[in-house]
Design a protein around this ligand. Structure first.
Ligand code: FES
Length: 137
């Protein structure tokens, strides 16, 4: 498994996302309140672009007429048919045990650390002043 520099950390503000390509795969990077997550951009249903989906939250109901809304902005809804996925895990909201969007490990590395380690920079030159997002794939 190789590590790939995909963006400067400050390119993606909290609540934001960025579509990148690593080894021919389209991957969308999300920033949830300062934590970064990466999902394959291809929805496992029919291939819709998760990067173009709407951010939403989790709606749960314990009884008819009652509902609770939580985790605002942590669920991505596919723009094609509305399937929803947990950005933190890639798991589907309707069938979390068997259906999920592929997720990848993302870390934030300093420019100085990148110069030390054998990372592969594919999208832009590396500078030692900033923090960068690194995807393992
Ligand atoms: S392609 Fe994503 S829900 Fe159908």
């Amino acid at each position: 498994m190789a590590k790939h520099v995909v963006a400067a950390a400050d390119e993606i503000p909290p609540g934001g996302r960025k579509l990148v390509e690593v080894k021919g795969r389209a991957i969308v990077i999300f920033n949830l309140a300062g934590d970064y997550y990466a999902l394959n951009n291809r929805c496992p249903h029919k291939g819709g672009s998760l990067c173009h989906g709407r951010l939403t939250g989790l709606v749960e109901s314990g009884a008819p007429g009652e509902y609770r809304y939580s985790r605002r902005g942590e669920i991505i809804r596919c723009p094609w048919h509305g399937w929803e996925f947990d950005i933190r895990t890639g798991r589907s909201q309707c069938d979390p045990q068997t259906l999920r969007a592929r997720n990848y490990s993302v870390s934030v590395e300093t420019g100085a650390k990148l110069v030390e380690d054998p990372y592969v920079a594919e999208t832009f030159p590396v500078s030692v002043q900033n923090n960068y997002l690194v995807v393992e794939i």
